[in-house]
Ligand binder design. Structure first.
Ligand code: ZN
Length: 156
């Protein structure tokens, strides 16, 4: 069976940066519904037509992955406006113009904290290496929900 729209695909994968530093060792396989936009479009396109056992390496530029780093997503906030006990490296859920997003605290100084709303991998090119380990037809329920169920799928 080849990967096409409305198949559920299982990938063994790992993600490195272009300098071969590990970004995500892929400890658990990635399970997704093909054609649902659940993974990066460039990756999805590269996987179309592949079958179990096929291995591929896809180079993703930042705009193909988590986006370019956006300076405008970095803001400074008075500590008194933040939950007590925040430290550098902590992640907070924020609400902005585009709904809820995660902000990382990158600096604390003189009663102020610097909040970075960029995805931790924003601005990075990524090399996604994977092997297709399973392909099956999606169930009607999966198609209705727009994501994969079962082992490794959407947890609900
Ligand atoms: Zn579901």
């Amino acid at each position: 069976m080849k990967i096409s729209a409305n198949t559920v695909v299982t990938l063994d994968y790992e993600v490195k940066d272009p300098q071969h530093e590990m970004v995500d060792p892929g400890e658990r396989p990635l399970v997704y519904l093909h054609g649902s936009g659940g993974i990066f479009p460039k990756l999805e396109a590269a996987l179309t037509g592949k079958a179990v056992g096929d291995a591929l390496e896809v180079h993703l530029e930042p705009e193909d992955a988590f986006g370019e780093y956006d300076d405008e997503l970095v803001t400074t906030e008075l500590l008194e406006n933040l939950p007590e006990g925040v430290v550098v490296g902590m992640q907070l859920e924020g609400t902005g113009d585009h709904g809820t997003h995660i902000m990382s605290i990158t600096e604390i100084d003189e009663g102020k904290a610097v909040l970075d709303g960029n995805h931790p991998l924003a601005g990075l090119a990524l090399v996604f290496a994977c092997t297709v380990s399973a392909v099956r037809t999606a169930t009607p329920e999966e198609l209705e929900h727009g994501h994969a169920h079962g082992d490794g799928g959407h947890p609900h």
